[in-house]
Design a protein around this ligand. Structure first.
Ligand SMILES: [Zn+2]
Length: 260
């Protein structure tokens, strides 16, 4: 094993999970721009005067220096890039952001260092957290979460097909029928083929296509037209698809529902 033992390295990373290692130390799981999903020991982070302190809590982006170790890397220094504080003062913002961390943990794996998707996923995640933190209402939160769902799946090679029938290849112009198993739509003729489909109204399809194709942070014509109910239906459809492919189910929103 030649894992650059004792060599220091620096990454930009967002904390996605933390769990206890000992009385004073935690393990922090992070998603980094340079190396994807990584773990590091935050030594002494539970002591009152820890110099890492609040920078190690969930959903904080840091520039981190780590020292490579045999089993675990150790976090030596952390400089906050963005604390996304507004996420923590709103239960919807926090729950939906935790949902994003669950998608990342379910689809990204440790040691995925060479993966060229890491930079794009990091930038998507960072940007969406910032938009969600600054969102002014629930529709704005949902719009950004839906964009993450669509763009994340696209980035890792499981993009949704919303325009062309998966079976016959025709370009669909009206309502379509979405297959959770395949993450795409079929036309009204092909839907009788035995699989289970969810009917998707043309308006929902047009909206999802616009969100999938827009730039990060860009406003679309739909942003002012859609309401919470509409967004929740779109979100729910994508969530089913994402959960069906994931290595572990997402739970964050179940907790939100219980609390409400
Ligand atoms: Zn068809």
């Amino acid at each position: 094993m030649n894992k650059n033992i004792k060599e220091n390295f620096v990454v930009d990373a967002i904390n996605i999970k933390t769990y206890p290692l000992s009385d004073y130390d935690n393990i922090v799981v992070m998603f980094s721009r340079e190396r994807g999903l990584i773990k590091g020991i935050a030594k002494g982070v539970k002591r009152p005067k820890s110099k890492l302190g609040a920078r190690m809590q969930m959903l904080v982006a840091n520039k981190i220096m780590l020292r490579g170790g045999r089993n675990f890397d150790t976090i030596c220094e952390a400089q906050a890039l963005n604390t996304f504080n507004k996420l923590r003062s709103n239960l919807d913002k926090l729950s939906y952001s935790i949902y994003l961390t669950e998608i990342i943990s379910a689809y990204c794996t440790d040691g995925d260092e060479e993966n060229e998707n890491n930079k794009a996923i990091y930038e998507l995640f960072y940007n969406i957290l910032e938009q969600v933190a600054n969102a002014e209402n629930e529709v704005e939160i949902l719009l950004n979460i839906i964009r993450f769902q669509l763009k994340f799946m696209e980035q890792i090679g499981y993009g949704t097909e919303l325009e062309t029938c998966l079976k016959c290849g025709c370009k669909i112009s009206e309502d379509a029928y979405f297959s959770i198993a395949q993450g795409g739509v079929v036309c009204s003729t092909c839907r009788y083929s035995g699989d289970n489909y969810i009917r998707v109204h043309k308006k929902i399809r047009d909206f999802l296509i616009s969100q999938k194709n827009c730039q990060l942070g860009e406003k679309t014509d739909y942003d002012a037209l859609v309401d919470k109910n509409f967004c929740e239906r779109c979100f729910g459809l994508l969530k089913k698809y994402i959960d069906s492919r994931a290595s572990k189910p997402t739970r964050a929103l179940k907790i939100l529902e219980k609390l409400k």
